[in-house]
Structure formats: structure tokens, C-alpha cells
Design a protein around this ligand. Structure first.
Ligand code: SAM
Length: 275
């Protein structure tokens, strides 16, 4: 195990602060500093950006981000038990770590960097990971406050994020992410890398904003994707009946017998604009 700073090993930190992992908070900790450093490096260069980490927990990834040169990390943690451990990290890196005790679902990233661009890096709690991503990708103003997102998800969620038409993973999440962002799976992380190990493999995904997403009202895009993928095995003339069905599809120049998973993001945008 590598040494990246003079702070105690994470197992010692967990014992000292009584940080027994809680399932309800999605606590699957990464204690291997080689791995946390590898994740932090994916977000380089930090340059003048402020790094936002959701769910620092005992601080493994936080320490890796600071050791990799992040000038300022804002860490948002819901579990107050983690705060004393994070205060030790903050003391080790004076002026470079701010810890917000908050539910990340309620934190608006806009304005958080006080004029500096943001890079979000996180081993996300799985129970709220998809919702957090949707909040960030569907933010009203675009381009967003963040330059990129480097995030750990369950492999299955990562596949849905990067999915393209024709894939069985392609659905609402893939359309919304594909509309506004480009995303890649960088590498997988096996369950045994976490304490405690989750049931499934995880993946680190990197997401970058598209400069010019197709202009479409988000609310309409959400309605079309919800209807189309709500009955993904049905033909679109059936699943989109409530939104205009066959007439709508004809107006959009889309064959009514097609199914949701064959439609490109551009075709979904076209339909959304016509409802
Ligand atoms: N970053 C640490 C690591 O890699 O070892 C911990 C990652 S653990 C998968 C998820 C962390 O998110 C936990 O520390 C948990 O307490 C925190 N968390 C869970 N729900 C949260 C929420 N809604 N807002 C902020 N933090 C949350």
C-alpha cells in the first residue's frame, strides 16, 4: 500500500473515529491509496479548478485529490460521524479543504466555485448516485458550472450512462446524458477493493459537457423518454400514444413501428420539440 501523506492509514482512521460503514448511506469505502490516487489522477489537470467531492467518508479519495495537487477541495458529506476525520485532513492541508455537512442532493453546484470552474470527483453513494448525476446533467443553465465529472458507479449504471442506440442498456439515462454530455467508462473496480465489498463490480466514468447540446426543452425530452422507455418493448406508435402517437411520429419523420431503443438522441430531441 502506498504512502501519499503523513496521515494515519485509513483503517486506523476508521477505528479511531468509530466509522463502521452504514449501508443506508451507501458506505463502501476505498482504503487502498493506490486506487484512490488512480481515480484522482483521471481528473488531472486541476489547474485553477475547485474540486468538489461528494461523500468523502473517512477521506481516502479526498487525501488523494489533495496529494495530486488540487488547490481547493470542497467535500460534501452527509454523515456527521466523518467530520472529525476530515478535520484532520483539513489540518494537514491548511486552507485547501472545505467540508460541507450536507445532503449533496440539496446542494446547487452553481456558485460553489466562487467563479472558478469545478471538477467533480467522487466514489458516489450508490443509493443516490444516479439522481445526483441527473441533477448535474439537467441543470437549467448550460454550459454547467463543472468542467467534468469523474465518478464511480455500479458497472450496470455506468453502462446505462454511456449506452448508445441499439444497446440493451440504452434508456432515459443514456438519452439525457448523451444529449448534453460525452461519457466514457475509464476502468472497472472489483468488489473486493471496497470495505465492505458491494455485490457488484463498479466502474469509474468520466463525463464532459457538450459545448452545444441540441436545443430542446428538458421537460419535453423527459416526457418523451419516460413514455418511450416506460414501454420499451412496444412500438413507438403505441408507447407515445398519449403524446400524439402515429401523427407525432410522422411529423418527426420517424417510422411508427420503431422501438424506443433504436432512436438516436437527435431523434428524441426532434420528437420532444414537436409535442
Ligand atoms: N469517498 C469515500 C471513499 O471513497 O472511501 C466514501 C465513499 S462511500 C461509497 C459514499 C459516501 O457518501 C459516504 O461517506 C456517505 O456517508 C456519503 N453520502 C451518502 N449519501 C450522501 C448524500 N446524500 N450527500 C452527501 N454524502 C452522502
Amino acid at each position: 500500500m502506498s504512502v501519499i501523506d503523513d496521515l494515519p492509514p485509513l483503517r486506523v482512521v476508521m477505528t479511531e473515529h468509530g466509522l463502521d460503514p452504514r449501508k443506508a448511506l451507501g458506505q463502501n469505502f476505498l482504503l487502498d491509496l493506490n486506487l484512490t490516487s488512480k481515480i484522482a489522477r483521471q481528473a488531472l489537470p486541476f489547474d485553477e479548478a475547485t474540486v468538489v467531492e461528494v461523500g468523502p467518508g473517512p477521506g481516502g479519495l479526498t487525501r488523494a485529490l489533495l496529494a495530486a495537487g488540487a488547490r481547493h477541495v470542497i467535500a460534501i458529506e452527509k454523515d456527521a460521524r466523518c467530520l472529525p476525520a476530515l478535520a484532520e485532513v483539513a489540518a494537514h492541508y491548511p486552507g485547501r479543504l472545505t467540508v460541507l455537512e450536507a445532503d449533496a442532493l440539496t446542494v446547487d453546484l452553481t456558485g460553489l466555485g466562487e467563479g472558478r470552474p469545478l471538477k467533480v470527483v467522487a466514489n458516489l453513494p450508490y443509493n443516490v448516485g444516479t439522481q445526483l448525476l441527473l441533477n448535474w446533467v439537467t441543470t437549467p443553465s448550460w454550459p454547467p458550472a463543472w468542467l467534468d465529472l469523474t465518478l464511480m458507479f455500479q458497472r450496470e449504471v455506468a453502462e446505462r450512462i454511456v449506452a448508445t442506440p441499439g444497446s440493451s442498456h440504452y434508456g432515459r439515462l443514456g438519452v439525457l446524458c448523451g444529449w448534453r454530455t460525452e461519457a466514457d467508462i475509464l476502468f472497472d473496480v472489483p468488489p473486493q477493493a471496497f470495505t465492505p465489498p458491494p455485490k457488484v463490480t463498479s466502474s469509474v466514468v468520466q463525463i464532459r459537457p457538450r459545448a452545444k447540446p441540441l436545443p430542446v426543452a428538458l421537460e419535453k425530452l423527459e416526457r418523451v423518454t419516460a413514455a418511450a422507455f416506460g414501454q420499451r418493448r412496444k412500438m413507438l406508435r403505441q408507447s407515445l400514444k398519449g403524446l400524439g402517437g402515429e401523427a407525432l411520429l410522422q411529423k418527426a419523420d420517424i417510422e411508427p413501428t420503431r422501438r424506443a431503443e433504436t432512436l438516436s438522441v437527435a431523434e428524441f430531441c426532434r420528437l420532444a420539440e414537436l409535442i
